[in-house]
Design a binder for this molecule. Structure first.
Ligand code: XMP
Length: 601
């Protein structure tokens, strides 16, 4: 355990462990995630334990197990879903496959007032269920606290031993009073208080100790995490002991580099070297059309520039330099920090060379215990402008993955029978580009279909329903757009082209307009999680281009919904973008993730 008296979430592999921990922290109690096989001795100081859900069945061989001794420590323990099953079995109850698999919103009936944790719930209160197994016999001493039609033992507890179990997930927002349930659990634990301000004080002392008399070199990407980490290191160690490098790839948003430089210099931080490498990036990207190749070229060029500049600046570890990184808590967990969490992708802060440096004590990551919203709060505490710290996330390869390129060869046509039948009287047209999607468990690379509507700025329920159904019924498409600017044209004229400074600056302008309009409405700015604006290589005539607006709502980017912005806002964005020289069409991406990914490439 990182801190005594924390609330520990033992992660049985469910997708919600981070959600639980971040919710608990927002209640002001320290929470951390550990693997279920953490030795009992290491858990003795915990203030409470939450057993997360998990994809396996507890009676299966090899299913994750914790030390049953945790149930006799005398501290509150709450088992959720798989956690309930494990607790039931460990204490002599019985778990079996349920007769009905329950998934989604379910009403529960509270029994005997719901015990300590369900007191806020009334009968018919909706909870979020997602399970195949269920407890068929409770362990001795437990009493039932809630039941549902499909699951007799939806919640139960042994208050004298402070042991609680829910078949459902209180941590997801679909569970009514879920937050109250967790708050009541936290109130039973004597947990160490948690706040970002408190963290900042403690981490300052830790940074001093870890760095000793060395110095820290940091790559600042322009993103929130590295900017906050760099600011923190500067404020703790002083500008003479920190050096930052920002590689300007030429693929960043309008004025982005300037904003960062300005915000830092207002805090007296002038040790950020900006290396303008745009020319090198554009040179290496000449003639590159394929999305994956583009990503690889951008990544490799970035490494080359970074290596060259850091060598020229003599920033070597054997000269007393450490590497600073803006890694945050979910990044350390996602790459197998705990054994049962799904390995979604190897984060670039955890590639082999960096892992090796971490082992040698050459890396400092002052944000590694923080969630994204906590990093933003810390940024504000340190004096960075709110505009900068609350910015939407932006991908590393920047606008490079938001500019679709067109090879000189024509794409194969979509066969006529792949087109879905007319729906709700709307016309539709196949666009001459393909984009990335995620369907089933795999990546798809398919055409986008555009819908044309009499009232183009209105995302009606018909439009919405069509956009959901088309990728399901028609395997040729993974994305559905609403055309905001025209009736169906005779043809879309595709212009071969790759990533050029001219195309980047056109997209930069369109992106700046879209974000400026969105920022006019603070509530919508906060509601939208990310807002890619994408450039497509076709228009009404040769050389013409198109823009796609892709505002999405999400919590973690794993799934996302297309955000339906107000009509007047969509109209204002469209009119201003269409006025840009070279833009012929504006579209609105209506596709959720899945089936489409957030980014087009
Ligand atoms: P997708 O497109 O996979 O994106 O739905 C999910 C989230 O990841 C971001 N993203 C990236 N971030 N380097 C990054 O740093 C990348 O290559 C990259 N690709 C996607 C994307 O912006 C979204 O937030």
């Amino acid at each position: 355990m990182q801190h005594p008296r924390g609330i520990v979430i033992l992660d049985f592999g469910g997708q919600y462990a981070h959600l639980i921990a971040s919710r608990i922290r927002r209640m002001g109690a320290y929470a951390e995630i550990l693997p279920p096989e953490t030795p009992l001795a290491a858990l003795r100081g915990a203030a409470g334990i939450i057993l997360s859900g998990g994809p396996q069945s507890v009676y299966e061989k090899g299913s994750p197990q914790a030390d049953p001794g945790i149930l006799a420590l005398g501290i509150p323990v709450l088992g959720l879903c798989y956690g309930l099953h494990w607790m039931t079995q460990a204490l002599g109850g019985e778990v079996k496959p349920g007769k009905v698999k329950e998934y989604g919103k379910t009403p529960i009936r509270v029994v005997d007032g719901g015990g300590d944790l369900l007191r806020d719930c009334v009968n018919g209160c909706t909870v979020w269920m997602s399970h195949g197994d269920e407890a068929v016999r409770l362990p001795e001493g437990f009493i039932l606290t809630a039941t549902s039609d499909a699951c007799k033992h939806a919640a139960f507890a042994d208050a004298s031993r402070k042991l609680f179990a829910f078949q459902f997930h209180p941590e997801v927002t679909h569970t009514e009073h879920g937050e109250d349930m967790l708050r009541r659990f936290v109130a039973l634990c004597d947990a160490e208080p948690w706040s970002v301000a408190g963290y900042a004080k403690r981490i300052a002392a830790e940074i001093q100790e870890e760095v000793g008399n060395r110095k820290v070199f940091m790559l600042v990407s322009g993103g929130v995490d590295s900017t906050v980490a760099f600011t923190l290191l500067n404020q703790v160690l002083g500008v003479d002991r920190v050096q930052g490098l920002l590689v300007d790839t030429g693929l960043m948003r309008k004025d982005e580099v300037l904003q960062i430089q300005r915000a830092l210099s207002e805090l007296g931080i002038t040790n950020l070297r900006v290396e303008d490498a745009a020319e090198e990036f554009f040179h290496n990207l000449e003639g590159v059309y394929d999305p994956e190749q583009k990503r690889a070229v951008i990544g490799q060029t970035f490494l080359d520039v970074q290596k060259r500049v850091s060598e020229a600046m003599h920033l070597r570890t054997d000269d007393g330099w450490m590497l600073g990184q803006g890694t945050i808590y979910p990044d350390t967990i996602e790459t197998g920090g705990t054994q049962h969490a799904d390995t979604i992708k190897t984060h670039h802060n955890r590639v082999a060379a960096v892992q090796d440096m971490i082992k040698k004590g050459l890396v400092i990551e002052p944000l590694k215990d923080l969630y994204k919203d906590e990093v933003r709060m810390l940024g504000e505490e340190l004096g960075l402008p709110p505009d900068l710290v609350w910015r939407h996330p932006f991908p590393g390869p920047g606008l490079g993955v938001r500019i679709l390129c067109a090879a000189p060869v024509e794409l194969a046509d979509v066969p006529a029978d792949a087109l879905p039948p007319h729906g709700f009287g709307m016309q539709r047209a196949v666009l001459p580009v393909r984009s990335v999607g995620v369907q089933g468990d795999g990546r798809t690379y398919r055409h986008a279909l555009a819908l044309f509507h009499d009232d183009p700025f209105c995302i009606s329920s018909d439009v919405s329903a069509l956009s959901e159904s088309i990728p399901n019924i028609s395997p040729a498409f993974n994305r559905v757009l609403l055309c905001l600017s025209h009736r169906v044209p005779q043809e879309f004229v595709r212009t071969p082209g790759y990533l050029t400074p001219a195309r980047v600056s056109l997209l930069r302008e369109a992106d700046a307009i879209a974000h400026e309009e969105l920022r006019k409405d603070d509530i919508w700015y906060r509601r939208v999680w990310q807002f890619p604006v994408v450039l497509l290589p076709f228009g009404l005539q040769c050389g013409g281009q198109s823009i796609v607006l892709r505002p999405i709502e999400s919590t973690d980017a794993m799934t996302a919904n297309a955000a339906h912005l107000p009509q007047s806002m969509i109209r204002d964005m469209t009119e201003r973008i269409l006025a840009l020289d070279g833009i012929d069409f504006v579209f609105y991406d209506l596709t959720n993730k899945p089936p489409a990914t957030i980014e087009w490439e």
